[in-house]
Design a protein around this ligand. Structure first.
Ligand code: F6P
Length: 358
């Protein structure tokens, strides 16, 4: 029986979102279903006329799937339950979103998002009786129940390449290079890229460090006759006395940032090395998705449509043991999945002689 499904991207973008859409549209088309793309997350349903367009396999002509970003646009600041109007008034507009979905004849909604987006979308689904399936995406890789979220692999690849590029310049100038990466409250990007990119020190929010701990490792590097060192630090790492480093943007929104610049002079003072700091920022979210992200994105996209076909809702598609499976969405977002201090990757790093500054 023909169905109309809606799809939206929500929260911060990352590489691989267009590949998810391609898989959803192709799989749905094979069933004779219609896919409506909703622009800018749920915010596209709060405009008059709605910002929506039919998506067809021809829209994914082999070019779009390779591209980063999202052809539908996204937002991480337009929560329909607390929607800030142009005059500053905050309104609950959730009923309008629910009405729009019904008006468009959308029988099932695929939300490509992270924890914040899934929280909002599942509240909408519950309130409006909407059939919803989630596809996990976040460079932070901090959702439970899935080994990987779309976008993480590409972010790690970018951070690893940054270390590859920093190494020769560090060696040419006898420097310690400090690379600050994203990841919010979880250190997955720094841990994976630090191992893959040969960092000497990995600093993550989950493992407390001291400047002396970092200096000890760098001194050992120096004593071994090497003239440079690489340090990778997660944006949410605090100062040794527990202070968060944040950037305040115009309008008052805050984001993590600045820990690298804090550490630079401290490491220079403690080690005698000249230091330089690189903040990778949104470069980790852009660019073409890696083949792993394209594969993951398309497997999860197909699985999302499979779930709709089977009438299984309130689920997130997840990657476990090299296969796409369905898990309850609430289990995936119950809390932020941080790095396990006694996990195998931390053990791997320590076994390679990498220091966590502790
Ligand atoms: O959650 C993804 C993420 O890229 C985080 O790693 C980072 O802290 C944040 O989003 C940046 O948000 P924004 O795009 O709003 O600056």
């Amino acid at each position: 029986m023909s169905k109309t499904i809606g799809i939206l991207t929500s929260g911060g973008d990352c590489a691989g979102l267009n590949a998810v859409m391609r898989a959803v549209v192709c799989r749905a088309d094979s069933l004779g279903w219609t896919v409506i793309g909703i622009e800018n997350g749920t915010a596209g349903l709060l405009e008059d006329p709605y910002r929506v367009r039919k998506l067809h396999p021809d829209d994914f002509d082999g070019f779009v799937m390779r591209r980063g970003g999202t052809i539908l646009g996204t937002t991480n600041s337009r929560n329909p339950f607390q929607y800030e109007m142009d005059d500053g008034e905050v309104k609950d507009r959730s009923d309008e979103v629910i009405a729009a979905l019904k008006d468009l004849g959308i029988e099932a909604l695929i939300g490509i998002g992270g924890d914040g987006s899934f929280d909002i979308l599942s509240r909408l689904a519950e309130k409006g009786g909407i059939n919803m399936v989630g596809v996990p995406k976040t460079i932070d890789n901090d959702l439970y129940m899935t080994d990987l979220s779309v976008g993480f692999d590409t972010a790690v690849e970018v951070a690893t390449e940054a270390l590859d590029r920093l190494q020769p310049t560090a060696a040419s100038h006898d420097r310690v290079m400090i690379l600050e990466v994203m990841g919010r409250d979880a250190g997955h990007i720094a841990l994976s890229a630090g191992i893959a990119g040969g960092a000497d020190v990995i600093l993550i929010p989950e493992i407390p460090y001291t400047i002396e701990g970092i200096a000890k490792k760098i001194q050992a590097v120096k004593d071994s006759g090497r003239n440079f060192a690489l340090v990778i630090v997660s944006e949410a790492v605090k100062t040794p006395d527990g202070k968060k480093h944040e950037v305040v943007y115009y309008g008052g929104e805050t984001r993590y940032g600045g820990i690298g610049e804090f550490l630079g002079p401290k490491i220079a003072e403690a080690t005698g090395f000249e230091t330089r700091v690189t903040v990778l920022g949104h470069v980790q979210r852009g660019g073409n998705p890696t083949h792993n992200d394209r594969l993951l994105a398309q497997a999860l996209g197909v699985k999302a449509v499979d779930l709709i076909e089977a009438g299984e809702y309130g689920k997130m598609v997840a990657w476990q043991n090299r296969a796409a499976v369905a898990v309850p969405i609430q289990d995936a977002i119950k809390e932020c999945r941080i790095v396990k201090k006694d996990g195998f990757l931390v053990h791997t790093a320590r076994s390679l002689g990498i220091s966590f500054g502790d």
